[in-house]
Design a protein around this ligand. Structure first.
Ligand SMILES: NC(=O)C1=CN([C@@H]2O[C@H](COP(=O)(O)OP(=O)(O)OC[C@H]3O[C@@H](n4cnc5c(N)ncnc54)[C@H](OP(=O)(O)O)[C@@H]3O)[C@@H](O)[C@H]2O)C=CC1
Ligand SMILES: Nc1nc(=O)c2c([nH]1)NC[C@@H]1CN(c3ccc(C(=O)N[C@@H](CCC(=O)O)C(=O)O)cc3)C=[N+]21
Length: 305
C-alpha cells in the first residue's frame, strides 16, 4: 500500500486563507494592520529566496511587510539597535531575524534581544521556557506546521510513539515539546544515538530534522507510520542536465528517502511541498496571533498550538 501524501502546499494555502480572514477583520473592526519585520544579514542565496517568499506571502494575506537587509559586515551593536527600534515600533507585531547569522554575530544574544511578544520564530528563551512548561507562548513555525499536519492526519496523537531525529533548538527540541504536549511518548534521537534504525522502527510518528539528504531508508519505518520530513537539502541532479554556465543542475530532497519510505509509511510529507510551505504559513499565523495579543483581542482559533 502506498502512503497517503500529505500535501503541505495545499494545507498551507488553507492556513493562509484563515490568516487573511483574521487580518481583514482586524482592519475592518479595529483599524489595525498586522506587520511583520524580517531582518536578513548578508547575502546567502538560499536565505534571500526564503526572505523574498516570506515578504510576498505577508503582503498577500493583507499584512504589512518590512524587510531590513543589512550587509554581511554589520556590527552586533548596529543589529541590536535595529532590533531595539523594531521592538518599540507599534506598527511591527512580529520580528524574524533570518538564521544563520554571520559568524561574528552572537545568535543567542541577538535572538534574546527581540521582545518575546514579537518573537514570531519562538526562539527567545522566554518562549522556549513557556513552551517547556506548557504555558501560552510563541511556538516555532516549523514544528507548529508539523503538528498541524499530524493532527490533521490523526485527530488525537495521544499515546502514540513519536521519534524526532535531530535535537536543534529551532526544530528538534520544540517539536519534541509539542508532541509531548499532545501526549505522545517522545524519543529524541541525534548523532550519538545507538541503534538508530531500531529506535525509528518503534515509531508511529517519525519527524526527521537532520540535514542529511535521504538518510532515513524505508526499512527503518514501521508499516503504516506517519513520516514528517523537515529536511531541505539541495543535491546534484545530473539527470536534469546543465545550467547555462555549465554547472550541474540541482534538486531538493529531504532527510528521508522518499521513494522507499512511501512504500511502507501510512502517510508522508514530500519535499518540496511538505513542511516548507507550512513553515511560512505558520509564520504568518504567529504574526496575527502576536498582533491580537498586543491589542488585547481574542486570539484566532486553530492557528496556535
Ligand atoms: N522546512 C523547513 O521549514 C525547515 C527545514 N530545515 C531543515 O531541517 C534540517 C534540520 O535543520 P536543523 O535542525 O536546523 O539542523 P541542525 O544541523 O541544527 O541539527 C541537526 C540535528 O541532526 C542530528 N544529526 C546529524 N547527523 C545525524 C545522524 N547521522 N544521525 C542522527 N542524528 C544526526 C544532529 O545531532 P547532534 O546534535 O548530535 O549533532 C542535530 O541534532 C535541515 O535539512 C534544514 O535545512 C530547518 C528549518 C526549517
Ligand atoms: N529565523 C529563521 N526562521 C526560520 O523559520 C528559518 C530560518 N531562520 N532560516 C532558514 C530556515 C529554513 N526555512 C524554510 C522555510 C521555508 C521553506 C520552503 O518553503 N521550502 C519549499 C521549497 C523552496 C525552494 O524551492 O527552495 C518547500 O519545501 O516546498 C524552506 C525552509 C525557514 N527557516
Amino acid at each position: 500500500m502506498a502512503a497517503k501524501v500529505i500535501d503541505g502546499k495545499a494545507f498551507a494555502a488553507t492556513v493562509r486563507e484563515k490568516v487573511a480572514g483574521h487580518v481583514a477583520r482586524l482592519k475592518e473592526e479595529h483599524g489595525i494592520t498586522p506587520g511583520l519585520a524580517v531582518v536578513l544579514v548578508g547575502e546567502d542565496p538560499a536565505s534571500q529566496v526564503y526572505v523574498r517568499s516570506k515578504g510576498k506571502q505577508t503582503v498577500e494575506v493583507g499584512m504589512n511587510s518590512y524587510e531590513h537587509k543589512l550587509d554581511a559586515g554589520t556590527s552586533e551593536a548596529d543589529l541590536l539597535a535595529l532590533i531595539d527600534q523594531l521592538n518599540t515600533d507599534p506598527a511591527v507585531h512580529g520580528i524574524l531575524v533570518q538564521l544563520p547569522l554571520p559568524k561574528h554575530l552572537n545568535e543567542d544574544l541577538v535572538i534574546n534581544a527581540i521582545d518575546p511578544a514579537k518573537d514570531v520564530d519562538g526562539f527567545h528563551i522566554s518562549n522556549v521556557g513557556l513552551l517547556g512548561t506548557g504555558q501560552k507562548s510563541m511556538v516555532p513555525c516549523t514544528p507548529l506546521g508539523c503538528l498541524m499536519m499530524l493532527r490533521d492526519v490523526h485527530g488525537s496523537l495521544s499515546g502514540m510513539d513519536a521519534v524526532v531525529i535531530g535535537r536543534s533548538n529551532i526544530v528538534g527540541k520544540p517539536m519534541a515539546q509539542l508532541l509531548l504536549g499532545d501526549s505522545c511518548t517522545v524519543t529524541i534521537a541525534h548523532s550519538r544515538t545507538k541503534d538508530l534504525p531500531d529506535v525509528v522502527r518503534r515509531a508511529d510518528i517519525v519527524v526527521a530534522a537532520v540535514g542529511r539528504p535521504q538518510m532515513v531508508p524505508g526499512d527503518w519505518i514501521k508499516p503504516g507510520a506517519t513520516v514528517i520530513d523537515v529536511g531541505i537539502n539541495r543535491i546534484d541532479a545530473p539527470e536534469k542536465g546543465q545550467n547555462e554556465d555549465g554547472s550541474v543542475k540541482t534538486r531538493l530532497v529531504g532527510d528521508v528517502d522518499y521513494d522507499s519510505c512511501a512504500q511502507v509509511a501510512g502517510a508522508i510529507t514530500p519535499v518540496p511541498g511538505g513542511v516548507g510551505p507550512m513553515t511560512i504559513a505558520c509564520l504568518l499565523a504567529n504574526t496575527v496571533t502576536a498582533c491580537c495579543r498586543a491589542n488585547g483581542l481574542p486570539e484566532p482559533e486553530g492557528l496556535t498550538a
